[in-house]
Design a protein around this ligand. Structure first.
Ligand code: GLN
Length: 247
């Protein structure tokens, strides 16, 4: 019985290989699309953003296609480890703990953390330490929440950034701590000026694209692609498109 399954599996693998030999490979690109401007859904529910453009540009250079798979942020690394995804680009900070579980490309974006608060509280919270008695919101499994826990004993972690910002709006928490560009995009997308950013920034960070540990072929393709899009100016164009500034 066991032998039969093995033979069948080999046959299936062979025919799959033969079928895909001519067609372009489609890689599963995992992300969590509530992290504007890096990845978020447009009005038609299409996932767009800086990371999406970077991956598309690399894919074009490397000759593969991608399909986007959306999932909670804390599910991305486990999904890579169990081969449910081929690559992850999700504004993911390269950390030593994560680098033990997955492999990262060269950094492609420099970030850091900040806190958004209600403008009405601007007098009360002038620096990050002023949040020590506050309830802070963030997203489960991310570096913002880890940092918030160092600031305060009262941290609420949500599945999505959308929920964390909703909680701030409804005054369920005093601050959202996350990557600075995401907080600043939130501020710029508000029609009112009810929110401000505390003028202190923490933990400079670098984002990398992650692959399953040991997948050196794909890691090499991604690093080569990154290098090429730096050289041909596409990387700079994408940066300008989403951040309005030169790198
Ligand atoms: N850069 C942060 C991290 O890696 C947040 C990423 C995210 O929430 N998408 O933890």
């Amino acid at each position: 019985m066991q032998k039969y399954f093995k033979v069948a599996a080999v046959a299936a693998a062979l025919s799959f290989g033969a079928l895909t030999a001519d067609a372009e490979e489609v890689l599963r690109f995992g992300t969590e699309p509530t992290f504007a401007p890096f990845e978020f859904s447009d009005q038609n529910n299409k996932v767009i953003g800086y990371d999406v453009d970077i991956i598309d540009a690399i894919a074009k250079e490397a000759g593969f296609k991608v399909e986007i798979v959306s999932m909670p942020f804390d599910g991305l690394i486990p999904a890579l480890m169990t081969s449910q995804l081929d690559l992850v680009a999700a504004g993911m900070t390269i950390t030593p703990e994560r680098a033990q579980k997955v492999d990262f490309t060269a950094p492609y974006y420099n970030s850091g953390l900040s806190a958004v608060i209600l403008k009405s509280n601007a007098g009360k919270f002038k620096k990050l330490d002023d949040l020590s008695k506050s309830r802070i919101c963030g997203q489960i499994g991310n570096t913002g929440v880890d940092f918030a826990k160092k600031l305060s004993g009262n941290v609420a972690a949500f599945n999505t950034h959308a929920e964390a910002f909703m909680e701030l709006k409804s005054k369920g928490c005093d601050a959202v701590v996350t990557d600075r560009p995401v907080n600043e995009y939130f501020l710029s997308s508000q029609k009112n000026d009810d929110y401000v950013e505390i003028n202190e920034f923490a933990e400079s960070a670098q984002f990398g694209i992650a692959v399953k540990k040991g997948n050196s072929d794909l890691l090499g393709q991604l690093n080569d692609g990154l290098k090429k899009i730096h050289e041909n100016g596409v990387f700079a164009e994408i940066h300008k498109k989403w951040f309005g500034t030169e790198e």
